[in-house]
Write a protein that binds this ligand. Structure first.
Ligand SMILES: O=C(O)C1=C[C@@H](OP(=O)(O)O)[C@@H](O)[C@H](O)C1
Ligand SMILES: C=C(OP(=O)(O)O)C(=O)O
Length: 413
């Protein structure tokens, strides 16, 4: 029975780095994720003048409630949207000139609702090229706080950035949200702010964040639930069994909900206090599922959908088109390359059982870690799958291929 040790959560590590940097003392983060996104975040903090000490199992951050120590900085956010959206927001709390740039894909990804909200709060923020995109410069002079309206219909990360900012403003924040995707990520934010001493209040569409700053702490990071999904899916499609310790009842991450999708398809799922186990039962049924809350797991489901006995229709995932690539089209294109029958719409994808079995092909990664990791699962049942850019898994799991090869050996595939 393979027990898989999954690295720390990307989303929790990014938030923990922000919270630790803004807190009133020294914070230790246990089991942080070491990957391109989170190392880029830590390096960005260092460029802003925060002291970040990194040893393999623990990162130590000296908090600065007054904002960055540097008065000038040039920060490269790589391909990470959490870095590209959270760090300029943190920088606004200081005093200085801070420039942020990012990868070509991250430059294309949207930012305008957050930019607008920050400007409405009085932050002097200039986009260098296209309005609402990186590169951008923040002329920081602290943030007064007050009321702001936000459209988070394309990304919940805008709301997370503002929630994290709230306690660092002089008056606190009252954020009215007109639309919101990926709600469980906002719940992670609120739970983590509580661990650093801040209670956010929610009244319908309004989020109320008190001023007063964060308390430093020691914070243990849970394994990444989106990453765990590839291993759970592997169990479901092979009839094997996979247990992920440290990710069970009380987990913060909504993406653990992916196992409920596998359960609906026919897998046996046990969520316990110490971890989660998925066992494949030899059957995989089709289903219609709304993945608005857990859209990072859309490619995982799409990649195993051809093994279902009926159609798999995934709905309400429009914002997967503005991630590391257009994930709806990338999934559809790669599934077709393997011989599957697929249709897409503005916010949905449907995979139908084909007459012939799939055959191997080279998967076009589009630089997207999730495309590679998802189709690695397909490769458990379809021989001859290869990747044009296997290394892009470094964004969230540099050791993915080694870990997956070990799983293959353990389950005899
Ligand atoms: O806040 C976060 O850590 C994240 C929120 C989600 O993004 P959206 O809110 O843009 O869907 C998710 O896709 C991303 O991988 C991480
Ligand atoms: C969408 C993702 O990342 P981000 O938006 O944080 O770059 C992801 O990890 O799937």
């Amino acid at each position: 029975m393979p027990v898989v040790d999954i690295p720390g959560s990307k989303s929790i590590t990014a938030r923990a780095l922000f919270l630790a940097a803004a807190a009133d003392g020294v914070t230790t983060l246990l089991r942080p994720l070491r990957s391109d996104d989170t190392e880029g975040f830590a390096e960005g903090l260092a460029r802003l003048g925060y002291r970040v000490g990194r040893t393999p199992g623990a990162w130590r951050i000296d908090g600065r409630p007054q904002g960055p120590a540097a008065t000038e900085a040039d920060v490269y956010c790589r391909d990470g949207a959490t870095t590209a959206r959270f760090l300029p927001t943190l920088a606004a709390t200081g005093h200085g000139t801070y420039r942020f740039d990012a990868s070509a894909q991250m430059r294309r990804r949207p930012l305008l609702p957050l930019t607008r909200a920050l400007r409405d709060l009085g932050v002097d923020l200039r986009h260098e090229e296209a309005e609402g995109h990186h590169p951008l410069t923040v002329e920081a002079a602290g943030v007064e706080g007050g009321e702001v309206t936000l459209d988070a219909g394309q990304s919940s990360q805008y709301l997370t950035a503002l929630l994290l900012l709230g306690p660092l403003t002089r008056k606190g924040l009252r954020i009215k949200v007109t639309d919101l995707v990926s709600v469980p990520y906002v719940e992670i934010t609120i739970a983590m702010m509580r661990a650093f001493g801040v209670e956010v209040r929610r009244e319908g569409d309004v989020f109320l964040v008190p001023p007063g700053g964060y308390r430093a702490t020691t914070y243990a990071i849970e394994p990444d639930a989106s990453t765990a999904g590839y291993f759970f899916a592997a169990a479901a499609v092979t009839g094997g069994e996979v247990t992920v310790p440290g990710l069970g009842e009380g987990a913060l991450q909504g993406d653990l909900g992916f196992v409920e999708v596998l359960r609906r398809m026919g897998a046996h799922v046990e969520i316990g206090a110490a971890g989660t186990t998925v066992r494949g039962t030899g059957e995989l049924q089709g289903l219609k599922v709304n993945m608005r809350d857990i859209s990072d797991t859309m490619p995982t489901l799409a990649a195993i959908a051809p093994f279902a006995s009926g159609p798999v229709r995934i709905e309400d995932v429009a914002n997967t088109r503005v991630k590391e690539c257009d994930r709806l089209e990338a999934c559809a294109e790669n599934l077709r390359r393997l011989g599957a029958e697929v249709a897409t719409g503005p916010d949905w994808v449907e995979i139908r059982p084909g007459a012939a079995p799939l055959s191997g092909a080279e998967i076009k990664s589009y630089g997207d870690h999730r495309i590679v990791m998802s189709f690695a699962v397909t490769g458990l049942r379809v021989p001859g799958i290869s990747f044009d850019e296997p290394g892009c898994v470094r964004k969230t799991f540099p050791g993915f291929h080694e870990a997956f090869a070990e799983l293959r050996r353990d389950i005899g595939r």
